[in-house]
Design a protein around this ligand. Sequence first.
Ligand code: HEM
Length: 152
Amino acid sequence: MIDTIILAIHILVASFWIGGMLFMVLALSPYVRKLPEDLSVKSYQEVGKRYSLWGTVIGLPILFLTGLYNMNVMGVSYIELSNFSNSYAATLHHKIHLFLLTVILAVIHDFYIGPRSHINRKFRISARIIGVINLILGILIIFLAAKLRYGG
Ligand code: HEM
């Protein structure tokens, strides 16, 4: 039962992480972009600050910890992660690397570039590019999660 609850939490947080980014790109951004520039930058910064707290600061560590728990339940040890003849462990290895890249980009985006996006266009464009890269990484991670579901 506890394993099911932990996997459910993992999936719920993953939905929030990816769903939040999709919401930004597909629903929020088309509206906010039409606002006058100072208001638009302020809106992104205010919404971003809250999404960063729930997604990056709280969500990503939960994904990591619940992910490690799932890995343990699935009987994969840390040593096995570099055993590429085990396709499940190999897919998990790639998933964890993409996850680490996501964390690095999210930290740069949320704590360095985002808070400076009012300064100039370069910061605003970099924030958008990193945001889109993280969305693509998130979708790739979901693909790898689906692969794991079918044995890796
Ligand atoms: C952005 C980060 C992540 C996302 C979006 C994500 C997403 C998901 C999703 C949607 C599932 C459900 C798949 C299923 O039904 O089986 C899943 C399962 C799983 N995740 Fe993650 N995950 C993330 C990070 C991690 C990390 C960091 C680890 C390992 C440390 C991990 C390990 C696992 C494992 C072992 C499963 C079980 C897969 C299976 O069914 O065999 N995940 N993940």
